[in-house]
Ligand binder design. Structure first.
Ligand SMILES: Cc1cc2nc3c(=O)[nH]c(=O)nc-3n(C[C@H](O)[C@H](O)[C@H](O)COP(=O)(O)OP(=O)(O)OC[C@H]3O[C@@H](n4cnc5c(N)ncnc54)[C@H](O)[C@@H]3O)c2cc1C
Length: 466
């Protein structure tokens, strides 16, 4: 047994199952301390995730305490500053799992160099992906830019890999403290308390993630291909925030889905969505500029418009288009939005309102519990038409038809836009056509902020300019 203290740097891995770094630390050391570095500035623009993070830390701390492991939270402005101080100690060996974002990967290299030079023992493990980023490349060694061939290769590669052995976490001998001036998880909670509603919907811990996965496989996965399109039902797994924070590893999802030995299109479709997440991570690591800028350079000249009134109406769910407003209100109230509706509201912002996708990306980042730079940036660039393998810009979602197709009875709209709950089905996605005294547009619900047909032509003309 290694006499030193085992330190585990917790990032997006709030689990004990398939947490390779943490498991290895408990195997090698009698005394293990898990630490989380909280950067206030980062979370300033991710308010919803402050809630998930705070709860995750609280729940995970309880779990680790039962294993005689302390979870210590340290507030810092800079990882570099923190580690430069830590380098002075020599009484530990440190472990962590990778996070597949360019800044983290770059910082791993900095740590690698410094720990090596200073003779401090460390070990880095695979993070929450099926394949390492560099494992999936085209025959000529360049990265894939199109999803279908990417996933064909990635899936095959993963299936043919020798499965890693199942490793179990070990209870430590004695709980110890290592760091000074730690903070409590509650300190991370957002100041504004709109998140209270989240507490009725989500329980951010590993057990809930595993339970939700089992429920999804049991009840919904066989109908997933169809069910995933309809926002009025729960047709998807709703595991995204758990995956983001690593309460569940995607390998666990894969294994559990495949364990059933069912040949169902639902399962393949579901795993392909996990594949989109892998693809997005591959993209941002091979083309890191896309985190800030258009993947497709020709969009650098796109004539976006600045319109704070439109942007504010979109954020508040007051555009006058019921399906768009329902989505934006669902997002604010629950920290999550259905994928179909993410596409509809995204398309509305960039095509009907001609507002730069970066504004939408920023707002989603602040409101989504599942916010991840890879999937959010890639999702927005897909919608805007400027991403890799993106929806063409000229294909403009009609919010009325989208509503009528995917929320036929208007149940989703009625749930999130209660001022429309008494409208006859025929008018639920076009309330401006209703001529009734009881319901007055402009008083009970806003007029559409733009007219669909006019906005469509304007968007196509703008597109012609690039
Ligand atoms: C504009 C826009 C922004 C988005 N931002 C994010 C984001 O910040 N974080 C995020 O996790 N997803 C994002 N997505 C993708 C997708 O909407 C969510 O992953 C999905 O809605 C989560 O719900 P679920 O867990 O029920 O998904 P399920 O349908 O049950 O899918 C299972 C898992 O696969 C992954 N997944 C599913 N669809 C996609 C997709 N299109 N792209 C990448 N991964 C996917 C997620 O990890 C998801 O949890 C975005 C999509 C769009 C169009």
């Amino acid at each position: 047994m290694d006499k030193r203290i085992g330190l585990f740097w917790l990032r997006d891995d709030f689990r004990v199952t398939k947490n390779d770094g943490l498991i290895e630390a408990t195997k090698n050391h009698d005394q293990v301390v898990v630490f989380y570095l909280y950067k206030q500035a980062t979370y300033q623009k991710q308010q919803a995730q402050k809630w998930w993070l705070s709860k995750s830390l609280l729940n995970f701390r309880k779990k680790l305490n039962n294993l005689n492991i302390n979870l210590e939270i340290i507030e810092t402005n800079s990882y570099k500053f923190f580690f430069d101080k830590l380098f002075k100690n020599k009484d530990f060996k440190i472990y962590w799992n990778k996070v597949y974002e360019p800044d983290y990967i770059k910082f791993d290299k900095y740590l690698f160099r410094n720990f090596k030079n200073k003779n401090i023992a460390f070990k880095i493990f695979k993070g929450n992906v099926l394949n390492e980023i560099d494992e999936i490349k085209k025959k000529d060694g360049t990265p894939f830019k199109v999803f279908t061939p990417f996933w064909r290769n990635a899936e095959k590669y993963y299936i043919e890999k020798i499965p890693s052995k199942k490793k179990m976490i070990k209870k430590c001998k004695k709980k110890i403290n290592y760091f000074k001036n730690c903070i409590e998880p509650e300190k991370i909670l957002p100041k504004k308390d709109w998140f209270k509603n989240f507490e009725n919907i989500w329980f951010p811990d590993e057990e809930s993630a595993l339970k939700e996965l089992q429920k999804f496989i049991q009840d919904r996965i066989s109908g997933y291909s169809e069910g995933r399109n309809f926002p009025n039902i729960v047709g998807t797994s709703k595991l995204s925030p758990f995956i983001k924070f690593g309460q569940i590893h995607v390998e666990t999802i894969w294994t559990e889905c495949r364990r059933r030995k069912l040949k169902s299109i639902g399962i393949s479709k579901y795993l392909a969505e996990i594949g989109w997440r892998e693809f997005n991570h591959s993209l941002i690591n091979h083309f890191p500029f896309m985190l800030e800028n258009n993947y497709s350079k020709k969009f650098d000249k796109f004539p976006w418009e600045k319109n704070s009134k439109f942007l504010s109406a979109w954020k508040k769910g007051l555009t006058g288009y019921p399906i768009v407003d329902a989505g934006m209100r669902e997002l604010y109230a629950t920290g999550w939005m259905h994928n179909r509706v993410r596409m509809i509201v995204g398309s509305f912002l960039v095509k009907h309102l001609l507002i730069n996708w970066k504004e939408g990306e920023k707002y989603f980042k602040n409101c989504l519990l599942d916010y991840s730079p890879a999937s959010n940036v890639a999702g927005w660039q897909w919608v805007a038409g400027c991403g890799a393998d993106a929806a063409p810009y000229f294909r403009i979602f009609n919010p009325i038809l989208q509503g009528e197709k995917f929320d036929k009875e208007g149940e989703y709209v009625k749930k999130w836009v209660p001022e429309l709950k008494d409208l006859p089905k025929k008018f639920i996605h076009k309330p401006w056509e209703l001529n009734e005294k009881k319901f007055k547009l402009g008083r009970d619900y806003p007029y559409p902020i733009v007219e669909h047909k006019v906005a469509r032509i304007k968007a196509l003309n703008a597109f012609k300019k690039i």
